[in-house]
Design a protein. Structure first.
Length: 136
């Protein structure tokens, strides 16, 4: 009986470690991004998915966009909505800077005010959540 409890606890702990927390500017948890690309709200309800090929899906698995290998973010019609540069600068489709994803996971708006934190989350994934797609 003790082994079953221990194994259950370890499995639960491992599932929690594999999700990175998405936070507001005041460090309140607003959601999670799991290592498999599943996006969850703070109650752990699934909001969407980022697939390994860069496809972005809503909770119903309908495609709403794409992340290209060069950091280009596209909508479902393959029109460019923005860019995520290697240095973390986030631009809209006109190449105007709309924000920054820092190496430490801090997310800033174009004025360098902190709007959130996404430590350990790929910059493109963080940009999808904070700047490009409303998942709810």
């Amino acid at each position: 009986m003790k082994k079953t409890g221990l194994i259950s606890f370890l499995l639960f702990s491992l599932s929690m470690v594999s999700a990175q927390t998405i936070e507001s500017g005041s460090h309140s948890t607003t959601g999670y991004i799991k290592s498999d690309g599943t996006i969850e709200n703070s109650s752990r309800s699934t909001l969407g998915y980022i697939k390994s090929d860069g496809t972005i899906e809503n909770k119903s698995h309908s495609t709403i966009g794409y992340i290209k290998s060069d950091g280009t973010i596209e909508n479902r019609s393959h029109s460019t909505v923005g860019y995520v540069k290697k240095d973390g600068t986030v631009e809209n489709s006109s190449h105007s800077t709309i924000g920054y994803i820092k190496d430490d996971g801090t997310v800033e708006n174009s004025s360098h005010s902190t709007i959130g934190y996404a430590k350990g989350v790929e910059k493109e994934w963080a940009a999808v959540v904070y700047f490009f797609f409303k998942l709810d």
